[in-house]
Design a protein around this ligand. Structure first.
Ligand SMILES: [Zn+2]
Length: 912
């Protein structure tokens, strides 16, 4: 089945061969910033009409030498190394303060005049070294404390007393609140240390390669629950009645994984998961009182994943217990603290009888993602934050693999196509960045938590896995984890481990070309007689903006299918020629769509894949065909009327993923039309989606699979909103009024449809349903729907609501994002955000500011586009500078697209 010897391959201009292991993009790229500790919010909103033109060109393999640790003002010296922390913390929830002591056992490698470590926003009350009180100096700019005491090689003990405030910024040790059914407010003290906020909880050596053992004790009011990384090992009662709760020592781990949570919380009975090699792993969920009935699904996913990962990695779960905590306030999505994983409520608690497949899948994804980290990230950890991309890319890859094993019927790898497309969209910008790049300051590592780290990184690992073979890849991962357990690594250590079990495959060279160069290639495919000619050039929406970077070459592993035969090829030059075995039969260039590339076929090859032959393509191949066509429009390689006609060829399509790609393209086209042309467009959409919906029917069949139900929901909303079908809208209204007994997918779809066409009465009902929602999923569904209403006044009411205390600051930025994305009143929402800019920046978590505004890329009228561009020229988002430049570029691309195509498609719609 792999007649590689029969395929004759020749290639031309070769890639430059990398000579050093440390390669980076231009220094400009170093200023990248952004995101939350776990990027998984905002991604799945598929309203991605867009694109623009570019600025900073930087693309080839220019080498950057990282400064040595000793030259970087943000790095600590390695003369003194912590081995063990003994931490005692006493929070006072009522006053939102805490007091603590930490004893740090040090190994001194070299004599030094002083000891320097990290601390910020703490009041240091005492410092001693080996029992002697000593002087100290705080350096707030560097987030450090300098202890003035000379140390000699050997061992020393450092002790600090300190107090601090439980802050409201959702980082370090922070305050989360909730109101119970009697209207009483309660406080929870929770932690989020990644990336560099452990120093806000206690003085520490806050860099990931200072691994140490943590012995944590919490002193708490007796009625409160206290959890930390280790299992509770002792509890005593102090004279004042407080409980002194001590936890088991951790394995050696990084400071960013430390966690301690105290509050009026409940915990489930443990599920005992067999531990590889014997014994059990107790798995529990910690939640707000009264929410135990929402924990079963999370526990089921967690138990499955713990077993699956032990098999996959061939290594037992690395610590004594596994607690998963659902917190009411959490800036990121979830955080992989060893044995004490924290989540947003909607990512851990769910009622499977009322939730959609998407709401369940995102939960399963996040649980499997975090558990993947217990080994990859926690047991083996990057040496420094430049390696965080691999940590996150790998967990993203594994979450899909594990979720696919958990629910094969969800076709998780097909769904991954959609996530990969989000990465493509950013990576097609001139202002994209290389996946890995040098990181110096703490702010720089915030910039790593973005779509390129998670989705592109995950897609690159999938590409490598499919090229090597699943078992060969797995053996490489096992080799890596076994070799580096309890240690720290560079990215290249993984490639070397995989290469060592796959001799002869240039794993490192291949991956270096992808992670150290921004962008990805467009693979051109054309026929010359019986020869298939494959070429590569970097893909960009704004090709001119790329400049010399357009010539970037990648080492591209691809599967090529010709007729029934498939082979693996490696394109290492700008061109590769293949003698076809079946010159007259269809050729699929990126078979399986695992390569992180787009494909442009010549007319002869394209015509063999469309029409009746389309059924010979797999789901992801059909998905990619549609997705490539939509992106060709944005890049100016295809016209809008031609794209619409192309999409209309998919009327017989019945697969969810393909319809998702069609939906994205239709929404994009729908933003190009107004007035009569918009009415005509709605008619064309209705004619396309109507028959598909009719053949599926509104009533779910007995035993129907989840994805069919999800497809029905998608078709209902597309047909009702983009197709403006009045009868379908009316049916949705009936569902919203009387949802009892209706399938959750239909309820969710109808909720969106009614919002999109709703009036003030509907709005009032939604506000009430949001406030009374029984589950986190329903709560978000109604809250976000408030942004969809077709009235400027109602959209502005939603904006004001987001700015009020009624909406949690973890959610408000996402509500405003949706308001700006409103098809008809986004401009008013933007004006609101613009007006409240300072207030928003003060109130919302830093990492979420960029998510609040990234939908401005959808605003494409000349005046508003110019306003957005000039506003951000004056108002930086320093923690997300790179992402902001990408959003602005995409807005320019989208504006150019509207200018280029809106009258063309209008003319075409009105003439037909
Ligand atoms: Zn992660």
């Amino acid at each position: 089945m792999n007649p590689s010897s029969a395929w004759e391959i020749t290639s031309t201009r070769a890639l430059p061969t990398p000579t050093t292991s440390y390669r980076g993009a231009d220094a400009d790229d170093v200023s990248d910033r952004e995101g939350a500790a776990e990027w998984r919010l905002g991604c799945a909103s598929a309203d991605v009409t867009d694109c623009c033109s570019g600025t900073s060109a930087n693309a080839t393999w220019s080498e950057v030498t990282l400064p040595a640790v000793s030259d970087n003002p943000y790095r600590l010296q390695r003369t003194v190394v912590p081995e063990r922390y003994e931490l005692v913390l006493e929070p006072d929830l009522a006053s939102a303060t805490f007091a603590g002591t930490v004893v740090i056992e040090l190994s001194v490698a070299e004599a030094d005049e002083e000891i320097v470590l990290n601390a910020i926003e703490l009041d240091i009350t005492s410092v001693s070294v080996d029992g002697d009180d000593v002087a100290f100096t705080l350096q707030p700019d560097l987030e450090r404390i300098v202890v003035h005491r000379a140390v000699a090689p050997g061992r020393s003990v450092l002790r600090f007393g300190f107090t601090g405030t439980l802050n409201d910024k959702l980082r370090g040790w922070y305050r989360s609140t909730y109101t119970d059914s009697d209207g009483d407010e309660h406080v929870i003290a929770a932690t989020q240390m990644q990336a560099t906020d452990c120093r806000r909880g206690f003085p520490c050596f806050d860099e990931p390669d200072f691994k140490a053992v943590f012995d944590v004790t919490l002193v708490v009011e007796p009625e409160l629950l206290a959890v930390s990384n280790g299992a509770e090992v002792s509890r005593s009662v102090r004279d004042d009645g407080k409980h002194v709760v001590r936890f088991a020592e951790t394995m050696p781990m990084s400071t960013y994984l430390v966690a301690f949570v105290v509050g009026p919380l409940e915990v489930t009975e443990p599920v005992m998961v067999p531990r590889l090699g014997g014994g059990d792993i107790p798995l529990r969920i910690v939640h707000l009182p009264g929410k135990a009935h929402l924990t079963a699904f999370g526990l089921d996913v967690g138990a499955f994943a713990l077993g699956w990962y032990q098999d996959y990695y061939g290594i037992a779960y690395p610590t004594d217990k596994c607690d998963m905590l659902a917190l009411p306030d959490f800036a990121a999505g979830a955080m992989e603290n060893l044995g004490c994983i924290t989540y947003r409520e909607n990512l851990l608690l769910v009622d499977t009888t009322t939730s959609t497949q998407a709401e369940q899948q995102v939960l399963a994804d996040v649980v499997t993602h975090e558990l993947a980290h217990m080994w990859f990230g926690d047991l083996v950890t990057m040496s420094w934050w430049n390696g965080i991309w691999l940590n996150e890319a790998f967990a993203t890859f594994m979450e899909v693999a594990c979720c696919d094993a958990y629910r094969p019927d969800w076709k998780r790898w097909a769904a991954f196509s959609l996530e990969r497309s989000v990465a493509f969209e950013t990576d097609a910008l001139v202002a994209t960045r290389s996946v890995e790049f040098p990181v110096e300051a703490p702010d720089d590592c915030q910039g790593m938590f973005d779509v390129l780290t998670y989705q592109k990184g995950g897609a690159l690992l999938r590409m490598l896995q499919q090229y090597l073979g699943e078992e060969q890849f797995q053996r490489g991962v096992q080799r890596y984890l076994t070799t580096h357990a309890y240690g720290n690594t560079e990215t290249s250590d993984l490639w070397d481990a995989i290469e060592s079990v796959n001799p002869g495959t240039p794993v490192r060279r291949l991956m270096d070309s992808w992670i150290w160069q921004p962008g990805f290639p467009l693979i051109g495919a054309r026929l010359e007689g019986d020869t298939l000619v494959l070429s590569q050039q970097r893909f960009a929406f704004d090709e001119e903006g790329l400049g010399d970077a357009a010539a970037t070459l990648f080492v591209v592993p691809l599967h090529v299918r010709n007729g029934a035969d498939e082979m693996k090829v490696l394109i290492e030059a700008d061109e590769l020629r293949l003698q076809l075995l079946h010159p007259d039969q269809p050729v699929v260039v990126n078979a399986g769509a695992h390569g992180f590339v787009r494909v442009a076929y010549d007319e002869a090859l394209r015509s063999r894949l469309t029409g009746g032959a389309i059924t010979s393509l797999s789901v992801v191949e059909r998905y990619s065909l549609v997705d490539d066509a939509w992106n060709a429009l944005v890049a100016g390689r295809l016209g809008a009327p031609e794209l619409l006609e192309f999409l209309e060829g998919f009327g017989d399509e019945r697969d969810l993923a393909v319809w998702q790609a069609i939906g994205i393209a239709l929404r994009g086209l729908g933003r190009l039309v107004e007035g009569d042309a918009r009415t005509a467009f709605q008619g064309r959409v209705s004619a396309l989606t109507g028959p598909a919906l009719a053949s599926l029917g509104w009533e779910p069949a007995d035993g129907e699979d989840d994805l069919t139900g999800k497809l029905r929901g998608l078709l209902v909303s597309t047909h009702s909103i983009l197709g403006n079908d009045i009868a379908a809208q009316q049916r949705c209204r009936e569902i919203v009024v009387t949802p009892a007994g209706v399938h959750p997918e239909l309820v969710a779809a109808a909720t969106n449809v009614v919002a999109a066409v709703g009036d003030e009465t509907d709005y009032e009902r939604y506000v009430q349903q949001w406030q009374q929602a029984a589950t986190p999923q329903e709560q978000l569904r109604y809250l976000y729907a408030l942004a969809e209403f077709p009235s400027a006044e109602l959209v502005l009411r939603t904006c004001a609501l987001a700015m009020s205390d009624q909406v949690r600051t973890q959610n408000a930025p996402f509500v405003l994002n949706r308001c700006i994305a409103n098809r008809d009143h986004g401009e008013q929402a933007w004006a609101f955000v613009r007006q409240h800019w300072t207030e928003a920046n003060e109130r919302f978590p830093e990492s979420t500011i960029i998510y609040m505004v990234d939908s401005v890329k959808l605003l494409t009228t000349d005046a508003v586009s110019a306003d957005v561009q000039s506003f951000f020229a004056e108002h930086a988002i320093p923690q997300s500078g790179k992402t902001l430049s990408q959003v602005l570029e995409r807005q320019r691309v989208n504006t150019a697209l509207r200018v280029r195509q809106s009258s063309r498609i209008a003319a075409s719609l009105l003439s037909s």
